[in-house]
Ligand binder design. Sequence first.
Ligand code: AMP
Length: 317
Amino acid sequence: MNTFDEIYAKIKEYPTIIIHRHISPDPDAIGSQAGLARAIKLAFPDKKVLCAGGDVGDLGWINTMDDVKDGDYQGALAITVDTADTPRVSDQRFKTADFVIKMDHHPNVDPYGVMNYVDENKPAASEIIADFILTEKLPLTAEVAYPIFAGIVGDTGRFMYPETSAHTFEIAAQLSKTGIDTNEICRNVSEVSLQEARLQNAVLNLMHVDPSGAAYATISQKQLKELGVTTEQANVTVSTPGRIKGIKAWNVFVELADGTYRVHYRSKGPVINQLAQNHNGGGHALASGAKAKDQAEVKQIFDELIAVTKQYRSDHD
Ligand code: AMP
């Protein structure tokens, strides 16, 4: 693994720096990308610093993307944030940059950067970016702190998930001292539209709970269409089953237009990322994603989830 100093030396060296994040972005993807870009721009006003990637959906309140031209990659440094593997990088032109640096907090299944800084014990890529900014003494203004705080709030579930540490709170305090409206950020991260809330409701109504504490719900294309909710917006339902006492691990299956399924895994203890890896996916120990080609694979995935949940209970109860 490379050091912050080595990464900073590369940033100093390149006149153009293009920052990428993952597809289907969440607040941590957009927040870590924007925070790093803004801090570099403030430290080096003469450099061209661009944020690349597809549609940001409802996250325009954190940041919007720049119009990045093919020619911008010539002699440029590309930095990816919050993105575990090459196919998940939003805008594959990052491969055409002169030099690639990966900064991430997922298990390092694909160290695709020429330099890689990966710390999977961090709850958010945004916390790594805050550490980088503070270590290398880049400017930490309110415009830098705002997206980083949003990323940390998003990926820690408002400081609830287990990787949240004393250091996370120390970073949050430093960000807060820049004068950002933390209340507004937390509200923006957690607010949903009425249609999204109705879909959350549907997930609770449809949820099947196994005696082991494993649970699942499937959202069909028909339901999405009826409620006027996109596949991306269906992400708001993923943490909903976790509010129920007794549920230890769960899947939310979202049917896609081609009849296959996007699979979400979440857990309060049983390790689920190895299960996700068996179905074209991956992620964190307690939050992963995968794909299922049909109902038979959906059933297999849930059977596997029941098995690890049972095992976890027999080890811990
Ligand atoms: P999601 O359920 O889509 O919110 O994803 C949860 C976590 O799993 C995120 O950290 C993703 O980066 C990761 N993840 C989701 N889908 C995939 C996939 N197909 N391959 C690898 N990692 C994934």
